[in-house]
Design a protein around this ligand. Structure first.
Ligand SMILES: [Zn+2]
Length: 231
């Protein structure tokens, strides 16, 4: 059922942080109620907490990551990308690995060519797979214990996520989810691109210490946009 899917977060236009937080709380409450009462069994979320981080969080986690586009070609899976893939398969046990690397000669700019992106094959047309994808994305973008926006995405050094014709970018986080117009609508997989620190497994999720993710404050820059041709 279409109505059974939980809404993706952060679709609203830019608002002051305090207001956004209140709205987000309402969304969470509604989503929780929906999960408790309205969903078909196949779509019920069984993953309330999400994967546990192997390292304790520092007092101040990473800021929103900057956009660090592919600039070289080294299609070797990087350790943080591999670890993230392993983490989600261990935890969710659903879908399959659609690949981390891509040959240098294929298509346009893509972090796959540097082993910094992961395609998790999950279909929007399969209720259980869609529920897993949206649980994972909620986990990435949920607030942290001190109200930090996009807590796990920041701790992992996630640069952007593409799913179901929409894109969320750390470097444009205030805009929330935006329409994605690339040639592949990403209705059969979730794409996750990592910063270099994330890809090299140097972020606080893995180490307990905040890494340099190219961002310099808690607010994302407005000027950079990820490519729309990646998949
Ligand atoms: Zn991809």
């Amino acid at each position: 059922m279409v109505s059974s899917s939980r809404p993706l977060r952060r679709t609203a236009p830019r608002r002051p942080a305090a207001i956004r937080r209140v709205l987000l709380s309402c969304t969470v409450a509604l989503a929780t109620t929906g999960t408790m009462t309205g969903l078909a069994p196949a779509a019920q979320a069984a993953f309330d907490d999400g994967p546990a981080a192997p390292a304790e969080a520092p007092d101040h986690i990473e800021p929103f990551a900057a956009y660090q586009p592919q600039s070289t070609c080294d299609p070797v899976a990087k350790p943080g990308t591999q670890a993230l893939a392993q983490l989600v398969f261990d935890y969710y046990g659903t879908g399959r690995n659609g690949g981390i690397t891509r040959n240098c000669s294929i298509g346009g700019t893509s972090e796959h060519k540097e082993g910094r992106a992961f395609d998790w094959m999950l279909s929007v047309n399969q209720p259980n797979e869609r529920a897993v994808a949206e649980d994972f994305i909620d986990w990435l973008l949920d607030e942290g214990p001190d109200g930090e926006d996009a807590y796990n995405a920041r701790r992992l050094g996630v640069m952007y996520v593409i799913w179901n014709s929409r894109i969320w970018s750390s470097s444009d986080a205030d805009e929330g989810w935006l329409p994605y117009s690339g040639p592949n609508p990403h209705t059969d997989h979730v794409h996750v691109s990592l910063t270099w620190s994330g890809a090299m497994k140097r972020t606080s999720f893995w180490t307990g210490e905040a890494a340099d993710v190219g961002g310099d404050s808690d607010e994302p820059p407005d000027s950079e946009e990820p490519p729309d041709d990646d998949h």
